[in-house]
Design a binder for this molecule. Structure first.
Ligand code: M6R
Length: 594
C-alpha cells in the first residue's frame, strides 16, 4: 500500500506533488510527507491527509524536483515522525512495500553508528544508500547497491542533495511507473496521479532501476543493462464518478451502478473465450475481500451455466497452500485494482504452472491485466470510495457473462436459458435504480442497526455470499461488528449470539422456505428480523419480519438489488455514527502488501 510520487518539471514542484499525492490517497491516508530539493532539502510531514501538508509549504519549497508519499502504516504508528520521506545524509527516500529483513539491517546499521529517527522498516533504505554514497558510489549505483541487500517488496523513489535535478527509482514487487511529458519527468504508484503533469508512462518491471531527469529517462536492470519498457498514454479521461449532489463518493458510486453495469456489459458482450479457456475442466476463482464475495455469488451461476466445477479460493491462503492443480484447470482472478499483492502472487504461481489466467479486473493498466492471458474487464470506472460498490456489482455481472460465455462455447446453455438470462442481464441497471429508491426504508434499518451496534447477515446460495458482502460493507464503513453465515450453518453455533433485539438480516433468494425457517428460529429467540426479499416471497416474510424490504427483481436481478440494499444500509449506518464514509479508518483501497 502507500502511494509514492516524484516530479521534476522546471518550476516549483511542491503544489503539483501535493495534488498528485491527493490522487493516490486511495492507497493509504494515515500520514503524508514531501521533500523538495533546493539548496539542501525542504521536508514537511504530517499525520493525516495530504492536504494537511499545504499550510507548511513556504518559500523554502521552491525547488524544481521533489518526492512525496501518502502512507498506510505497516511498521510504526501513523505519526509524523514515521511519515516518509525518510532523509539521511542528503538522501531522501519514499517507499511503498515492506522490507522483510529490516530488523537485521537496522541492527547492522546501528552497529556501524547509524541513528534512526522512525520505527519504520523503510528507513533502512536511505541509510544503506547514504553508506554507498559515502563509499563513492554515484546515485544510481548507490541505489543499486542498497537494493542488493533488501528482501521483500519495494518501489522506491530517491532524491539526492548532490544531484537535485535527478530522481532514481527502483522496483521489486511493488508497482511503480515512470512518466515523461513536456520538459517533465515523474514517478508514481499509479499513472492516474500524473494526469496534467506528464503525457506518457511506462510501468517498471521487477529488478528495474530508472534514472529520471528533464532530459530523459534511462531504465536499466539491476546489473546496469539498459532495458526497454512499453510506453503508454497517461489517461486523462478516466476520472471517476462525480459527486452529483451526494455528500460522499461512496454514495455517488452506489447511484452510478446502472451506468457502470451498462458499460461493463457493452464491453463484455463481443468478447469470446480462447479455446484453452473454453476447454476448462475445472475453474479456480481466486480473490480477496469484496472481490471474493462477488466470485462467491457467481460460483453456482458458472457451475450451472457451463457445467464445470468451480472452486473458490482466498488468495492469501491459496498462495501458500501448495494445492495440487489438476489438468485442465483455468484460473480466474477477480480484482478491482489489479494490484492486490496476494492475488498477484497467485497469478505468478499459475503462470509458473502454465495455467491459463483470466483476469476480471477494473483497472485496465494494472499489473494483473498486463500479465493475464485474457482480460475479462469490468468497466466500473474509477472508484474513489475505499469500499467496493459499483466495482462489486460489475464483477458479479462479469462473472455471470463469463459463465455464460463458457456455457455457450461448450454447448451447455439451452436457447431458452440463454434468452432468460439475457433478459435478466438487460434488466439489471433498472433493478439497481429501483432498489436505490428504497433508501428511506433502508436508512431506518441502518439506524436500528447502529443503535444495537451489531448485525448478523444470513443467506443461501448467492444470498450467502451477499450476506458476507453485507457484513463486510457494514464493518468497514460503520465499524459495527457484523457477522455473516450461510443460513443453514446458524444452528451449528452462531445462533448462540442471538439475544433480545439482535438485528438479523436475511438475504432471501433461492430456497426461501428454508431461509424462512431460519428466520423463524432467530425470531423465536428475540431477534429483530430484517428480510431483504423479492415480491414473490414478500408475504411469507412480512408475517415474521420486523422490517420487510420488498426489492425489485427475481433470480439474478434480486441478488443485484440486495447488493444495492446492503450497500445503502452500510452507508447510512456509517453516517448515523459520524464515520468517514469515503475514507474509513485503517483501510486502503489497494492492498499491495501481503
Ligand atoms: O482490488 P481488489 O478487488 O483486489 O481488492 C480486494 C479487497 O481489498 C477489496 O475488495 C476490499 O475488501 C474492499 N475494501 C471492500 O470494500
Amino acid at each position: 500500500m502507500c502511494g509514492i510520487v516524484g516530479l521534476i518539471n522546471g518550476h516549483a514542484v511542491a503544489a503539483d506533488l501535493i495534488t498528485a499525492l491527493g490522487r493516490l490517497e486511495y492507497r493509504g491516508y494515515d500520514s503524508a510527507g514531501i521533500a523538495v530539493a533546493g539548496p539542501g532539502f525542504a521536508v514537511h510531514k504530517v499525520a493525516g491527509r495530504a492536504a494537511g501538508l499545504i499550510p507548511g509549504i513556504n518559500q523554502t519549497f521552491g525547488g524544481q524536483a521533489g518526492i512525496a508519499h501518502t502512507r498506510w502504516a505497516t511498521h510504526g504508528r501513523a505519526e509524523a515522525h514515521n511519515a516518509h520521506p525518510h532523509v539521511v545524509d542528503g538522501v531522501a527516500v519514499v517507499h511503498n512495500g515492506i522490507i522483510e529483513n529490516h530488523a537485521e539491517l537496522r541492527a547492522e546499521l546501528i552497529a556501524r553508528g547509524h541513528r534512526f529517527a522512525s520505527e519504520t522498516d523503510s528507513e533502512v533504505i536511505p541509510h544503506l544508500i547514504a553508506d554507498a554514497c559515502a563509499a563513492g558510489a554515484e546515485p544510481a549505483e548507490a541505489v543499486r547497491q542498497a537494493c542488493t541487500v533488501l528482501h521483500g517488496a519495494y518501489a522506491i523513489a530517491v532524491l539526492f542533495e548532490t544531484a537535485p535535478d535527478r530522481l532514481i527509482v527502483a522496483r521489486q514487487g511493488s508497482p511503480v511507473m515512470v512518466a515523461r511529458g513536456d520538459g517533465a519527468a515523474a514517478v508514481a504508484s499509479d499513472p492516474a496521479a500524473l494526469a496534467g503533469f506528464c503525457t506518457e508512462y511506462a510501468a517498471l518491471a521487477d529488478g528495474d532501476i530508472a534514472e529520471l531527469g528533464r532530459d530523459g529517462i534511462a531504465i536499466m536492470d539491476f546489473s546496469g543493462r539498459p532495458v526497454v519498457r512499453k510506453w503508454e498514454d497517461v489517461n486523462e479521461g478516466e476520472t471517476g464518478t462525480e459527486l452529483r449532489g451526494f455528500t460522499t463518493y461512496t454514495r455517488a458510486e452506489i447511484a452510478a451502478q446502472p451506468e457502470a453495469l451498462r458499460r461493463t456489459d457493452a464491453a463484455l458482450l463481443p468478447l469470446l473465450l480462447p479455446d484453452a479457456v473454453a476447454a476448462a475442466e475445472r475453474i479456480v476463482v481466486v480473490a480477496c475481500g469484496s472481490s471474493l464475495f462477488a466470485a462467491a455469488t457467481a460460483r453456482q451461476w458458472i457451475e450451472q451455466l457451463a457445467g464445470v466445477p468451480c472452486d473458490l479460493e482466498i488468495a492469501s491462503e491459496y498462495r501458500t497452500r501448495e494445492a495440487p492443480i489438476s489438468r485442465g484447470t483455468v484460473a480466474v482472478l477477480v480484482s478491482q485494482s489489479g494490484e492486490t499483492a496476494d492475488t498477484l502472487a497467485v497469478q505468478t504461481l499459475f503462470r509458473e504452472k502454465r495455467v491459463p489466467v483470466v483476469a476480471v479486473v477494473n483497472v485496465a493498466q494494472s499489473q494483473m491485466a498486463r500479465d493475464a492471458d485474457l482480460v475479462w474487464p469490468t468497466k466500473a470506472g474509477r472508484e474513489l470510495g475505499v469500499a467496493a460498490t459499483k466495482s462489486f456489482t460489475c464483477q458479479m455481472l462479469a462473472l455471470v457473462r463469463f459463465g455464460l460465455a463458457l456455457g455457450l462455447a461448450r454447448g451447455t446453455v439451452t436457447s431458452c436459458r440463454l434468452a432468460k438470462i439475457e433478459r435478466e442481464i438487460a434488466g439489471l441497471p433498472e433493478i439497481c435504480h429501483q432498489a436505490e429508491a428504497l433508501e428511506p426504508q433502508l436508512a431506518a434499518i441502518a439506524r436500528m442497526i447502529a443503535m444495537e451496534n451489531e448485525a448478523l447477515f444470513l443467506g443461501r446460495g448467492p444470498g450467502a455470499a451477499l450476506a458476507a458482502e453485507g457484513a463486510l460493507k457494514l464493518k468497514e464503513l460503520s465499524y459495527i461488528r457484523a457477522e455473516a453465515y450461510a443460513a443453514g450453518e446458524l444452528k451449528h453455533g452462531p445462533i448462540a449470539l442471538i439475544r433480545e433485539g439482535s438485528p438479523v438480516l436475511a438475504c432471501v433468494g433461492e430456497h426461501a422456505e428454508k431461509t424462512l425457517a431460519n428466520a423463524e428460529e432467530v425470531r423465536a429467540r428475540g431477534a429483530c428480523v430484517v428480510a431483504l426479499v423479492g415480491a414473490a416471497e414478500a408475504a411469507r416474510f412480512e408475517r415474521i419480519a420486523e422490517h420487510c424490504v420488498v426489492l425489485p427483481g427475481s433470480g439474478l436481478g434480486l441478488v443485484f438489488a440486495q447488493a444495492v440494499a446492503v450497500q445503502l444500509i452500510a452507508v447510512h449506518a456509517a453516517e448515523v455514527l459520524g464515520r468517514d464514509v469515503d475514507r474509513p479508518r485503517n483501510l486502503a483501497k489497494s492492498v499491495t502488501v501481503e
